[in-house]
Design a protein around this ligand. Structure first.
Ligand code: NAI
Ligand code: A1CAB
Length: 276
């Protein structure tokens, strides 16, 4: 990645460096952030050791991260956010930028637990940040300025695309984009099973489906065509594809997807409540 890190003089800390926190940290390093400007916090000491060995980043306590970093990226589970903010609250100066990657946690929830006027930005990334193909959906809290949003975009834009939405759309974006990769993995898993039923070896079935997925994704992204048009081009009269599509419709797959994403949106809305 050739991104120039304009804000390299800034120190960024990832608090709660689990799956998404590590994905972000590794992406920032690939994007050219000097490791000397990155801090990570963990709950377990063996995990801290692992991160130090893997990335050469300094691991610190949450208090120290709050004191030293200009930008704090909170990447703990939504259910752990209340406890983390209670611990951090007294140590976060009001000139810090606090970025939350937690599903369902509102900027208001965070603002209430920090010094008055602290800038908070809510972001919903997804795991393809690991391969610089992430999607990060960004919303400003009530004290975040254009500069704070631009800084957040600089961090997350190094590992994929970014999109600004009003915070009222974040739960929907979480259902589509944050959780989105899981639906495609689920489809690949199910279609690989189908390949086995049809007599193909598992490894071959996997490769065929993954390449079909990659080809379809690149066509969707690069052709600018509507998905219906792309599907029609595959669907020959009285051919194989329409026989499969009829079964998908008979089994209510479209309705199942709509219901699934609605359930994910609803779960996102509930998550802040898990902090008691
Ligand atoms: N996994 C994903 O695809 C995505 C996750 N998210 C959000 O990211 C957050 C983390 O999710 P995952 O990475 O999947 O979970 P995870 O469980 O892998 O990571 C959370 C990490 O935070 C650590 N932790 C908890 N409390 C801590 C504390 N007080 N101090 C320091 N470390 C602490 C845990 O030990 C763990 O390593 C969640 O809020 C989730 O909603 C957002 C987008 C995508
Ligand atoms: O499943 C979850 O709650 C998190 C948020 C979006 C993706 N993973």
């Amino acid at each position: 990645m050739t991104q120039t890190v304009a804000a390299a003089a800034q120190t960024v800390a990832v608090l709660g460096t689990g799956k998404i926190g590590e994905a972000l940290l590794s992406g920032m390093i690939r994007a050219g952030w000097p490791t000397a400007r990155l801090l990570a916090t963990t709950r377990r000491t063996d995990r801290a050791e692992e991160l130090r060995a893997r990335y050469g980043v300094e691991t610190v306590t949450n208090d120290e991260a709050a004191k030293r970093a200009d930008t704090l990226i909170l990447a703990v589970k939504p259910q752990d956010m209340g406890r983390l903010l209670d611990e951090l609250g007294p140590h976060v100066a009001a000139d810090r930028l606090v970025v939350s990657a937690a599903a369902g946690i509102t900027t208001a929830f965070i603002e209430e637990r920090l010094a008055a006027g602290t800038a908070v930005v809510r972001v919903m990334p997804n795991t393809p940040v690991l391969v610089d193909e992430g999607m990060s959906v960004i919303s400003a809290g009530s004290h975040a300025t254009a500069g704070h949003l631009a800084h957040t975009e600089e961090i997350f834009g190094g590992v994929g695309k970014t999109l600004r939405v009003p915070e009222s759309q974040q739960d929907a974006a979480t259902a589509l984009s944050g959780s989105g990769p899981a639906y495609f993995y689920f489809l690949v898993e199910a279609m690989t099973d189908a390949g086995i039923l049809l007599g193909l070896p598992r490894a071959q079935a996997h490769d065929l489906i993954v390449q079909a997925a990659i080809g379809a994704a690149v066509m969707l992204r690069d052709s600018g065509e509507h998905p219906v048009k792309l599907r029609e081009a595959v669907t020959s009269p009285a051919g194989t594809t329409i026989s499969a599509i009829r079964e998908l419709e008979n089994h209510g797959v479209r309705a199942a997807l709509i219901a699934a994403l609605e359930a994910a949106r609803d779960r996102s809305r509930e998550l802040a409540g898990g902090n008691g």
